[in-house]
Design a protein around this ligand. Structure first.
Ligand code: GUN
Length: 283
């Protein structure tokens, strides 16, 4: 029987911590943290994520702006909006919801956000700081993974960590953050040979590949900690992770469920990043 790592409860605790600190910031310094989220087009999943971000901001006592742009918006118009938010003193965090329509250059857009307001931690400057270990804004989902491990007192130092997936949003930064915590890190991807054998070595297995039930029981070492970052829909439209939870749970020492694991942590870390970016303007 594994410990079920409760991301929903942990995220609620972090959001409450942020709310209290934001309230203090307002009372003592007259500063209300503000987040602007830009969404382009009608992607239903993106719309749900953006609505949740907005509601979490309001609950935390923060200023929230959602900017909706049509699917066929010109790249130049989007860049102009970002330029205006970059100099807006009521906004401390800017997030452009991904994915963007194909005619828009994602790198160009992410580069246009000033690093000081880059609450996603996707700007190359912040990615660089993260890579060399300078304190900076960290990408929300991988930061949420580390936060869960730490709040459940799961030691990372010296442990064999295997990350499946090498995306810029999750896999790569997760690997860097585990390395920064002194894990011995292996990153697996579609070209990895004998993936199951590599995974079986892991004390901590982080899965971010985007394929339902990809990780099966034979890929997990008894007693391993399994962190499932996947969000997929199965044939019945139910939300499922990248890990075959029912098969893996009896083998693992701790595991995150889907839903209710890593997912809720992403928004909590976004709230935390927005608060930190607001605080940084006072320094
Ligand atoms: N789309 C899926 N995950 C993310 C994220 O963490 N940030 C942004 N901006 N878009 C996303």
């Amino acid at each position: 029987m594994a410990i079920i790592i409760d991301g929903k409860a942990t995220s609620a605790i972090i959001k409450e911590e942020v709310r209290v600190e934001a309230e203090q910031l307002k009372a003592e310094k007259g500063l209300t943290p503000g987040l602007a989220v830009i969404i382009v087009g009608e992607n239903p999943a993106s719309k749900v994520y953006v609505r949740n971000k907005h509601q979490s901001c309001i609950k935390a006592g923060m200023h929230s702006v959602v900017i909706e742009m049509p699917e066929d918006i010109a790249e130049e118009t989007l860049l102009e909006e970002i330029a205006a938010l970059n100099v807006d003193p009521t906004i401390h965090g800017i997030l452009v919801q991904l994915p963007l329509p194909k005619h828009i250059n994602e790198d160009k857009v992410l580069n246009a956000i000033v690093p000081e307001k880059d609450v996603d931690g996707f700007h190359p400057t912040n990615v660089g700081y993260m890579t060399i270990g300078t304190p900076t804004v960290l990408p929300c989902t991988p930061a949420g993974v580390i936060e869960l491990l730490e709040r459940y007192n799961i030691e990372i130092s010296g442990k064999k960590c295997v990350v499946i997936g090498r995306s810029n949003i999750v896999g790569k930064p997760a690997a860097l953050l585990l390395l920064a915590k002194n894990g011995t890190v292996t990153v697996c991807h579609s070209r990895t040979k004998d993936l199951a054998a590599v995974c079986r070595e892991a004390d901590i297995l982080v899965v971010a590949i985007g394929k339902a039930k990809f990780v099966t029981a034979d890929m997990v070492k008894p007693g391993a900690v399994v962190i499932d970052v996947g969000i997929n829909r199965n044939e019945e439209g139910k939300l499922v992770g990248d890990v075959d939870f029912d098969a893996v749970e009896p083998i693992a020492s701790a595991i995150t469920p889907v839903p209710g694991g890593v997912g809720p942590m992403t928004i909590a870390m976004l709230m935390k990043n927005t608060l930190e970016c607001a605080k940084a303007t006072l320094k």
